[in-house]
Each structure stands twice: as structure tokens, then as C-alpha cells.
Design a protein around this ligand. Structure first.
Ligand SMILES: Cc1ncc(COP(=O)(O)O)c(C=O)c1O
Length: 407
């Protein structure tokens, strides 16, 4: 029988100890751009992952907010298997049913008139920036106003939009026209927008930058600023989208609509997909030849996304995020709120951050040693972005483990 994470106090292997061939080969043959934890996962079920050493982990990380239905979800596995048996790829020079149905579903569920499919969050933001610039190119608008501490991806346009200068180090020169302002400040956005601004691009809740929740009314104010200036409002919902905050998309909490929305991560529950949702007037600037990608709207990824949306909306998963997300926030505040080293506990749904007065990477390592997967971001924030199917019992187990590690 496997040990439960609450009773176990184990350690991660150190460099001197024998490491698995999977770790050795990966470190020997791949580029060294990821600071990986020394664990290779081989299988998963629900909110549990199993390592190649047979150890069992509670997943409060969901592969970076991707595994929305957890691991091995029967509806998702069935949809992928069925589509893989029928047809895996045809290219965008032809039509296919899962792509047609997914585009229709996303349009029906949101403000959008049109969808452009790609394969990742960075690609979605890249396409959104290109769309906003091309749509307003006649009027000479090209600037993009974004937030300090934001994260939009690693391709050149998305990286130029990202408000973390350290990520650009050594990669210059960057594309021109990107302006960064204080996060969460509508006044700063208004001051930065001018007659050359094509778009304002923000995350509804900044994820990688430390789970920064803007003040109430922020998105509404940005909507007004963009309307006044004739600029497009682009919401990067790569992380906040697909049910993570308790609505299908986070803008739906605010009673406003963007002009363009980008998403990826949890949309297909673990298969690579990205999507740009756009109003007709902006989408019209994409004509044959103006933009494209070979794998975008891959039939298997689209079938997976249809299964995810079905579970989120008809299967009660978003209701679970609302209910258990509130419970998780309440448990964290009760258990950790009074500590001297805790600065803030914040977030929405299953996108929560605990800000500390100290580094959180050592906590993540200790939690891993106890069989709980969490994430450190922005240096001093412990981020919880679990599968959207997390239960109250799993919340209790995770919060107990965090409290024990903190001592
Ligand atoms: C808000 C946001 N935008 C864009 C991205 C980039 O997505 P991808 O890594 O799929 O390119 C991320 C990834 O963490 C993100 O959190």
C-alpha cells in the first residue's frame, strides 16, 4: 500500500545519489533551459501522479494550470482515443469536424465572432498582437500597452509584451512599440494610451508574475479607455481561462467583453492547443496568407477541447471550482493567515497565491518530498493551480501538508 502524503516525510534525491535513467538521459541530451525537480512521472489518475520510483503525489499544480480535468479523465481519454483512431492530422488546407464544432462552441459561449487556432499561449498572443496591429495599420497604430510583471510567452512579440525585462536578457533587439505600465492601475494605462496605440494587452489576474489580482473595476476601466481611444482590448486568458477562476473565462466575472481573447493551457486538458477569440471587425484582417500554423486546430486536440468544455460546463466542473476554490481559500486563510511570514493569500477559484516574506522554492521542494506538488512564482509566492476536479478532502490533505512544512 502506498503511503499518504500527510504521514510521509521523505527526501528528494540529491545530485550525489543514484538518479533514474530518465533524469540522466534528459539532462544529457536536452537543452538546459528548465530547472527541473528530480522526479519523472509515469502515470496519473484524478489529482494523483505516480513517479517512476512508485511514489504517489497529490497534484496542486496541474502541469502549470494545464491538466484541467486531472489525469486519466475517462471522458477526455475516450475523446482522444476515438479521434486518434479516426484521423490525427490533415492540415489547414482542408476542413474537419472537431475543428468546426470547437470554433462554433467557443463563439456561442463568448463575445467572439471568429476563432483562430494555434498550439500554445505564446502563439495565441503572437497572433493577437499581429491581428490588432494589422487591423489598425491603416491608421498608423502599432503600440501595445501591457503591464509590468505580466507574462505573455517566449516568442518575440509575446516576449516584447511580457513585463519581465530579465526574460529578454541576451535576446535583443526586441520588436518595437511595447509600453509597460504599473499592473492593476487603470490610470497608468490611460496615461500610456495615445493615438498610436493599437491595443491594450493584460491578464485578468497576473499569473506567473505572482497571482496579482487587480482592484475591482479594473477591466471595466480598461474597456472604457480602449473605447475612448479606439484601441483593441486584448485579454490574455491563457492561464485564467477554461474554468480556472470559476467562470469559463475570467472576463465573465466583470460584465465587460474584450475585443480579442487569447487562451491555451487547460483548453484541451493537456494536449497542445491555443486559440484567439476575436470580434468580426478585427478578425477580418486575417485573410488567406496573412497568418497561419501547420498544427493549429489539430483534430485530436480539438476533440479533446470539446470533451473538456463538456465536462466544465455540463459535467459540473466549473461549479466544483467555485465551491472547492472558496473552500481552499478559506482553509488557507484559517490555517496560515495569522503567520508572521505570510504577507497575503489571494486569488480566485483555483488560481491562488500565498505571498511570503521569504523565498518559496525551498517550500516547494519540501512539499514534493512530502508528496505534494505546488509551484513557486515571483520568488516569494507559493502558487496553487490544481486540476479543476480537486475535492474538499484533497484540499484538507494539501493544506495540512503546507502547514506542516511551514512548521
Ligand atoms: C498568461 C500567460 N500567457 C501566455 C503564456 C505562454 O503560454 P505557452 O507557454 O503555452 O506559450 C503563459 C504561460 O505560462 C501565461 O501564463
Amino acid at each position: 500500500m502506498k503511503e499518504s502524503s500527510a504521514t510521509r516525510a521523505t527526501t528528494l534525491p540529491t545530485a550525489a545519489e543514484e538518479v533514474s535513467p530518465i533524469l540522466q538521459r534528459t539532462d544529457r541530451y536536452t537543452t538546459a533551459n528548465y530547472a527541473r525537480y528530480p522526479i519523472a512521472f509515469v502515470s496519473g489518475k484524478g489529482c494523483r501522479l505516480t513517479g517512476d520510483d512508485g511514489r504517489d503525489y497529490l497534484d496542486l499544480f496541474a502541469g502549470l494550470a494545464v491538466s484541467s480535468l486531472g489525469h486519466g479523465h475517462p471522458a477526455l481519454v475516450r475523446a482522444i482515443q476515438a479521434q486518434a483512431e479516426k484521423l490525427i492530422h490533415t492540415s489547414n488546407l482542408f476542413y474537419h469536424e472537431p475543428g468546426a464544432r470547437l470554433a462554433e462552441r467557443l463563439v456561442e459561449l463568448t463575445f467572439a465572432d471568429r476563432v483562430f487556432f494555434c498550439n500554445s499561449g505564446a502563439e495565441a498572443n503572437e497572433a493577437a498582437i499581429k491581428m490588432a496591429r494589422r487591423a489598425s495599420s491603416q491608421s498608423g497604430r502599432y503600440k501595445v500597452v501591457a503591464a509590468h510583471r505580466s507574462f505573455h510567452g517566449r516568442t518575440y512579440g509575446a516576449l516584447a509584451a511580457t513585463g519581465q525585462p530579465e526574460l529578454r536578457e541576451g535576446f535583443g533587439p526586441m520588436p518595437a512599440g511595447f509600453v509597460h505600465v504599473e499592473p492593476g492601475s487603470a490610470g497608468a494605462v490611460r496615461a500610456a494610451v495615445d493615438g498610436e496605440t493599437a491595443a491594450v494587452l493584460v491578464e485578468p489576474i497576473i499569473g506567473e508574475g505572482g497571482v496579482l489580482v487587480p482592484p475591482a473595476g479594473y477591466l471595466r476601466a480598461l474597456r472604457q479607455i480602449c473605447d475612448d481611444a479606439g484601441a483593441a482590448l486584448i485579454l490574455d486568458e491563457v492561464q485564467t481561462g477554461n474554468g480556472r477562476t470559476g467562470k469559463l473565462f475570467a472576463y465573465q466575472h466583470e460584465g465587460i467583453e474584450p475585443d480579442i481573447l487569447t487562451t491555451a493551457k487547460g483548453l484541451a486538458g493537456g494536449l497542445p492547443i491555443g486559440a484567439v477569440l476575436a470580434r468580426q471587425g478585427l478578425a477580418d484582417c486575417f485573410v488567406p496568407g496573412s497568418h497561419g500554423t501547420t498544427f493549429g486546430a489539430n483534430p485530436v486536440a480539438c476533440a479533446a477541447a470539446l470533451a473538456v468544455l463538456g465536462e466544465l460546463l455540463e459535467g459540473g466542473v466549473i461549479d466544483n471550482v467555485v465551491r472547492v476554490g472558496d473552500y481552499l481559500l478559506e482553509r488557507l486563510r484559517t490555517r496560515l493567515g495569522g503567520r508572521d511570514d505570510v504577507v497575503d493569500i489571494r486569488g480566485k477559484g483555483f488560481m491562488l497565491g500565498i505571498e511570503f516574506t521569504r523565498e518559496t522554492k525551498p517550500m516547494v521542494r519540501e512539499l514534493l518530498a512530502r508528496g505534494v506538488i505546488t509551484n513557486s512564482t515571483a520568488g516569494n509566492v507559493l502558487r496553487l493551480i490544481p486540476p479543476l476536479i480537486l475535492s474538499e478532502a484533497e484540499v484538507d490533505e494539501g493544506v495540512e501538508a503546507i502547514a506542516r512544512v511551514l512548521g
